[in-house]
Structures are given as structure tokens and as C-alpha cells.
Write a protein that binds this ligand. Structure first.
Ligand code: COA
Ligand code: MG
Length: 300
């Protein structure tokens, strides 16, 4: 029987931390990231995966009380033996598993079934370990982004990446001469956004790799939020504050959202109203309500 887990707190920033680095693990807690992703996959040399696994488990166990920071683990792709060994981390009750290189929602369902067994075996609350697939890293995945709705109550977020898919497509670069992503990666981004909203889970934007370029990160994060993403992955502690700020409604946005809600409240029965010389209808009201909700989530 499927267990319906309690809702998980949304996150603005998820910071990748290579799980074989004692120094970076120690630093993670004070970065202000809403979540850490202890990485067992691409940031760890294969010769050190077994060490990273043990370190990730020990780290999870050392922080049974997570406070405001969720602890996720990125395991290896599900069709590898390494992934099955990585799942030893279930004993540390991670808040979630980031699943790379998925092909479709079937991979999420398979992982969810493994977790059903592991949670019972390890005495971890049933249904408490969530799943966030990196849903654009294989060519197959681009054709199955519509498959996630209702696939598992564990599904909490969907994110995307432009690096592994570029390698899989035989591309020598994923950017055009103007520095923008080539259309196929823009498609991956758009489909991720639509997939997450279709499944009513968080769309989390991909990394900004140039961790010294704060202005570029800010632009990228603001653009992602304007598009409808609600959080973004960080790879360096220096990126966290910028990302948190970009995904928290500003005072002006809040003030405007309140006015939009008020103008509808004071005109009951009207589907369209005017404010500051502009037409407002239902999508504007929904947007304003979403901003007020967001602000509440990240207050204090
Ligand atoms: N998490 C926690 N701490 C980190 C960190 C991270 N992701 N990245 C850097 N730090 C720490 C460093 O250890 C260093 O600590 P110190 O001041 O105590 O020496 C400090 O932050 C400053 O780091 P800096 O010297 O600017 O960077 P670096 O050269 O040590 O590391 C990277 C650069 C890219 C290798 C590193 O940021 C990193 O490992 N990022 C995550 C990579 C990853 O997980 N990728 C997988 C997903 S794409
Ligand atoms: Mg990768």
C-alpha cells in the first residue's frame, strides 16, 4: 500500500557537496542553502565512491535534526550496480534522493519501490524519502517528460541538466556563439518546467557553472524565476545567497501582489479589473496569490 507522506517544505537553493570531501561537508551547514545534495555521482572519482557513500551516511546520521536545511543525496543512475550500493544512505533518513540520468517516470517508480523496502528495513518513516529526478540527461528522457504526473507520492521536484545530454547527443558544446543554450537544451529546460508544473512538484533550475560570475548567476536565477522555476541548484557556497534572494519575492513584488488581491476582493463578482491603467484578470490574481504564498513560506 502506498503511504501518503506529509508535504515537504519547498526549497529555493540546493547546494551540491561532493560527499567525499570532509571539508565541504563541514562547510555545508552554514551556507544558508535550503538543501544540500551530498553527491555520490559525477563530483566523485569512481575510485572514491565507496568512501563517499560511507561519509554521506555518517554525515546524515550526524545531523538527525535537520532544522531548516534538508539533506538530499544524489545517487548513481539506477541501471548501475553503484546505485544499489549507494542506497545504503537510506539508513541515514535523507530528505530525498536526486536521481540522475533517468529515462522516464518508470525510473522514479522503481526507486520508489526500492525505498518502500529500505525504509521498512532501516526503520525510517514510510514515504519520508522524496525523489527529484534530473529529467533531461538522456536522449530518451526528452521524450518522456510528460510521464511524471502522479507517478509517485515521493516525487517532490524535477530538475534538468545540459551537460550529460550534450555528451549523449555527441555535441562538442551546448552553447551557441552568443553564449545562449542551443535550442535542444532550451527545449530541455522548457519541458522540465512544464513537467514539474504538470506533476504539481517544484521545478528546480540547473546550475550556473561559472561560480565566480555573480552577475551572470543573478541574471540567470532571476530569469529562471520569471519563467516559473521556484528554485535553483548551486555548486558553490558563494552562489547560495544570490539564489535565495532571486527566489524570494521582493518587497515591491509583495506590495504589488497585495494590491492585486485587494482590488479583486473589493470588486467581488468581477473577473476583470483595472489597476494603474492596466487590465488584470484571473491569471494575474493567481500570480499575485502565488507570490504571497511564496513569501509566507520563506518568511524568517
Ligand atoms: N560545498 C561546500 N563547500 C564548498 C563547496 C561546496 N560545493 N565548494 C567550495 N566549498 C568550500 C571550499 O572547500 C573552500 O573552503 P575553505 O574556505 O574552508 O578552504 C571554500 O568553499 C571556497 O572554495 P573555493 O576555493 O572558491 O572553491 P574550490 O576551488 O575549493 O572548489 C569546486 C571549486 C567547483 C570544485 C567546488 O565548488 C565544488 O566541489 N563544487 C561542487 C561540485 C559538484 O558537486 N558538482 C556536481 C554537480 S554539477
Ligand atoms: Mg552529470
Amino acid at each position: 500500500m502506498k503511504h501518503a507522506p506529509s508535504p515537504i517544505r519547498p526549497v529555493r537553493s540546493m547546494l551540491f557537496v561532493p560527499a567525499d570531501s570532509e571539508k565541504k561537508l563541514a562547510k555545508g551547514v552554514d551556507t544558508g542553502a535550503d538543501a544540500l545534495i551530498l553527491d555520490l555521482e559525477d563530483a566523485v572519482a569512481p575510485s572514491r565512491t565507496h568512501i563517499a557513500r560511507e561519509m554521506a551516511l555518517a554525515y546524515l546520521r550526524s545531523r538527525p535534526d535537520r532544522g531548516k536545511q534538508q539533506l538530499w543525496v544524489r545517487i548513481n543512475p539506477l541501471d548501475t550496480e553503484a546505485a544499489l550500493l549507494d542506497l545504503v544512505v537510506a539508513a541515514g533518513a535523507p530528505d530525498g534522493i536526486v536521481l540522475p540520468k533517468v529515462r522516464s517516470a518508470a525510473d522514479v517508480v522503481k526507486l520508489s519501490n526500492y525505498l518502500d523496502a529500505l525504509e521498512v528495513r532501516e526503520g525510517v518513516a514510510k514515504g519520508s524519502i522524496r525523489i527529484a529526478p534530473v529529467a533531461t540527461e538522456t536522449p530518451q528522457a526528452l521524450f518522456t517528460l510528460g510521464s511524471y504526473e502522479g507517478c509517485s507520492p515521493r516525487l517532490a521536484a524535477i530538475t534538468w541538466g545540459a551537460e550529460d545530454i550534450a555528451a549523449a547527443l555527441g555535441a562538442s558544446t551546448n552553447r551557441g556563439p552568443d553564449g545562449e543554450y542551443e535550442p535542444v537544451y532550451q527545449l530541455a529546460c522548457s519541458l522540465c518546467l512544464a513537467a514539474a508544473h504538470a506533476a504539481a512538484v517544484q521545478p528546480i533550475d540547473t546550475i550556473w557553472g561559472d561560480f565566480k560570475d555573480d552577475a551572470g548567476l543573478l541574471r540567470d536565477a532571476q530569469r529562471a524565476r520569471q519563467r516559473g522555476f521556484t528554485g535553483k541548484i548551486a555548486i558553490h557556497p558563494g552562489q547560495v545567497a544570490t539564489i535565495n534572494a532571486a527566489f524570494t519575492p521582493s518587497a515591491e513584488e509583495l506590495a504589488h501582489a497585495r494590491r492585486v488581491v485587494e482590488v479583486f476582493e473589493s470588486n467581488p463578482g468581477l473577473g476583470t479589473v483595472g489597476l494603474d491603467g492596466k487590465m488584470l484578470d484571473m491569471p494575474h490574481l493567481k500570480q499575485a496569490q502565488r507570490i504571497l504564498q511564496l513569501a509566507q513560506r520563506f518568511a524568517a
